[in-house]
Design a protein around this ligand. Structure first.
Ligand code: SAH
Length: 251
């Protein structure tokens, strides 16, 4: 059996209870060493073999899973954040299907949630934005034409950019081309929930400069939008004048 597990954004105690249990039972752990906090390996049992996938190919990863399965063992494939986002798990699951090796997926706390916590922010503020666009700038991995950053930016909603910290000049240009004013609030969150976490607040037009000044080149998320500003409407849900299924309006 193979267990794909979301490790969470960094802090070792942000893995789920189920994820931690499965880590503790694994005979083999293959973890994404470039992004997963090695402190998570403290959950492993004695005798567990650990592989860092940073230097492995898909074929090598599958070969390890196959050998472990043949010995009757369980492999944990530990991905950073939640594996459904930029996790490259689909290609692994498809190969396991072909080999007839069973697997399951345990979700994790994505770094975009870790970043909101670091910012002490709410992505979906009434009358500011009710949508979050999670995307990335096209780099060595292309992005479909319909998802060009300037097009995504045209919605003016909350945006969270993964994998884009090395391309911030282009990010600024495309965000403004899409319609964000240069002074729209933005933030760079570096290593959210790790001990070395850094939160840098800036604007859309100062993203590249802010990253340079703070020596941030990777492992960061770019967040953009009015949710980082001061203005919003209070929620209807907790408004005394609003009736809903669980509460009558008091005035
Ligand atoms: N599945 C992961 C994302 C993997 S892609 C998730 O759900 O978070 C790797 C990118 O995620 C990094 O380049 C960076 O943009 C972002 N990232 C991962 N962990 C991060 C963290 N703790 N703080 C900020 N960004 C992070």
């Amino acid at each position: 059996m193979v267990h794909f597990i979301g490790a969470g954004p960094g802090a070792a105690d942000l893995i789920t209870v189920r994820g931690a249990r499965l880590l503790g039972e694994a005979d083999v752990i293959i973890y994404a060493g470039s992004l997963v906090n090695p402190a998570l390996l403290d959950y492993k049992k004695e005798g567990c073999t650990v592989y860092d996938s940073a230097s492995m190919t898909l074929e090598e990863v599958i070969a390890v899973m196959r050998e472990t399965q043949a010995r009757g063992g369980d492999t944990v494939r530990l991905h950073t954040g939640d594996p459904s986002l930029y996790g490259a798990i689909r290609e692994q699951m498809d190969q396991l299907d072909e080999l007839g090796i069973p697997y399951d997926v345990t979700p994790g706390v994505s770094s975009f949630s870790g970043a909101a916590a670091a910012l002490e922010a709410e992505y979906t503020l009434p009358d500011v934005s009710q949508s979050v666009i999670i995307t990335r700038m096209a780099g060595r991995t292309p992005v479909p034409e319909g998802e060009k950053l300037s097009k995504m930016a045209s919605h003016g909603c909350t945006m969270v950019l993964f994998l884009s910290t090395g391309l911030l000049e282009e990010v600024e240009r495309e965000l403004m081309e899409g319609g964000y004013a240069p002074d729209t609030p933005a933030a760079i969150v570096y290593k959210a929930t790790w001990p070395e976490e850094k939160v840098c607040r800036c604007t859309v037009s100062t993203l590249a400069q802010t990253a340079r000044e703070n020596h941030i080149t990777k492992t960061a998320l770019i967040t953009v939008g009015g949710f980082l500003g001061d203005r919003y409407d209070r929620s209807k849900l907790y408004d005394p004048a609003f009736t809903h299924g669980f509460r009558e309006a008091s005035k």
